[in-house]
Design a protein around this ligand. Structure first.
Ligand SMILES: *Cc1c(COP(=O)(O)O)cnc(C)c1O
Length: 417
């Protein structure tokens, strides 16, 4: 849909239109987000072509199942999978993927979710891969069965979860496996998939935040995963409330009909064959578990536009600008009670970050206190807060605007001198 776009199209629209912030009208002061595309702070800024697509999509109506079928084709192409679905975030993709695994095309099961009495609902997960996001898996009705230990974190051992432990947990109540993907996940996804498939069990992979690199869009599914989830509102820069579920067409179909609005007559209902295999359904289900996680036509179209920009490499054009901003901040902090260093990524796609290691004794304040004061100031500044315990702040440039760099420099210098 779009080729490489010029940088001005990626610039924050506020830089061009000097309008009073809509947030100010609501009594909120917009923040300086130096924390990255995190959900708590509203996710990533949508590029102008994405906003334009959102606006354009709002002007007409289309049947949502046909739009999801068109989205499925695009997602399948971008991910090398059979089919895809735009979901209400990656967390919703986890819920819908789990629902599909639990029900398949069984109408009775769809109607009962999240009650799974009478059919297998155990999902096996490595204990070390558990997080707040697995609530989304349990929300579909699954019961998690943990395997392995977290003994490295506990400093009580040297081993991580092993594939035999998954296999040992499989039984008549097992419905599938959930695997949280990162380049350092263990055991390797391929091994877990091979083991699960020996028992005819599907594997649902959470790869929500594992973009970039763009190669992960295809490589995760290529390892044999049956379903994979990605966030649409992180690196892809689509609407914050979107996500992608992709994988085997039968599972995507089962997820789609449990998410779409189903208020139609059996005789009239003609779902697109590319999305739903009508021949496998004994009837037409009513609203399913995912009806509470609906996605709008505008969100679907905007996400597809963002996915196009992401896969075409358009965002790489900004890396140099990000680097220059961080260098400006580094210079501004040269005499502060902190040492700064770049966190680099070797994939040529992930923006660098600036790590600010605070000399807490010299400053007389902890990193927690600095973080708190930055948030409480005006404008409020939010920095990466994942390493505060080690005395470090992290500045992620992804959501910053050119016009904010000067105030950000000033606020950091004030709090760190
Ligand atoms: C961000 C994230 C999610 C949730 O994604 P949303 O798109 O915000 O719903 C799930 N799992 C992991 C590992 C994440 O990083």
């Amino acid at each position: 849909m779009h080729g490489i776009i010029v940088r001005s199209q990626l610039e924050h629209p506020r830089q061009k239109a000097r309008i009073v912030s809509i947030y100010e009208q609501l009594g909120l002061e917009p923040i300086i987000n130096a924390s990255g595309a995190v959900t708590r702070l509203g996710g990533s800024p949508m590029p102008e072509p994405v906003l334009k697509a959102f606006h354009e999509a709002a002007l007409d109506c289309v049947p949502l199942e046909h739009l999801q079928a068109a989205a499925s084709k695009r997602i399948a192409l971008a991910t090398g999978t059979e089919a895809g679905l735009v979901t209400a975030g990656s967390a919703a993709a986890l819920t819908m993927g789990t629902a599909a695994i639990l029900t398949g095309y069984d109408l009775g099961r769809m109607e009962r979710l999240p009650d799974c009495n009478g059919f297998p609902n155990e999902i096996v997960i490595a204990r070390e891969q558990r997080s707040g996001y697995d609530h989304a898996v349990r929300a579909a009705g699954a019961s998690l069965v943990e395997v392995g230990f977290n003994e490295i974190v506990a400093n009580a051992g040297v081993r991580r979860t092993e594939t035999w432990e998954y296999e040992a947990a499989f039984g008549p109540q097992t419905a599938g496996v959930v695997y949280v993907f990162s380049p350092s996940s263990a055991p390797p996804l391929e091994e877990v998939v091979a083991c699960a498939h020996r028992h005819d069990l599907p594997v649902l992979v959470d790869a929500a935040g594992e973009l970039p690199p763009r190669s992960h869009l295809k490589s995760v599914a290529a390892k044999g995963a049956d379903l994979v989830c990605y966030s649409g509102g992180k690196a892809i820069r689509g609407p914050q409330s979107t996500g992608i579920l992709c994988g085997r067409s039968e599972l995507i179909g089962a997820a789609a009909i449990q998410m779409l609005d189903m208020d139609d007559h059996l005789d009239l209902w003609a779902p697109p064959a590319g999305l739903v295999d009508r021949s496998k359904l004994a009837g037409i289900p009513r609203h399913g578990l995912g009806r509470a996680m609906k996605v709008s036509k505008e969100e679907i179209v905007a996400l597809l536009t963002a996915l196009d920009l992401f896969t075409s490499g358009s965002y790489d054009a900004q890396l140099g600008v990000f680097r220059a901003w961080l260098e400006t901040l580094q210079t501004a902090l040269s005499s502060a009670a902190a040492t700064t260093s770049f966190i680099e990524h070797d994939n040529g796609e992930t923006p660098p970050s600036l790590e600010v290691r605070i000399n807490e004794p010299r400053l007389g304040r902890t990193a927690f206190e600095v973080c708190h004061r930055l948030r409480a100031g005006s404008p409020p500044v939010y920095v990466g807060h994942g390493c505060l315990g080690e005395g470090k702040l992290v500045v992620n440039p992804t959501c910053l605007q050119e016009a904010q760099i000067e105030s950000l420099s000033t606020r950091l210098r004030e709090e760190l001198s």
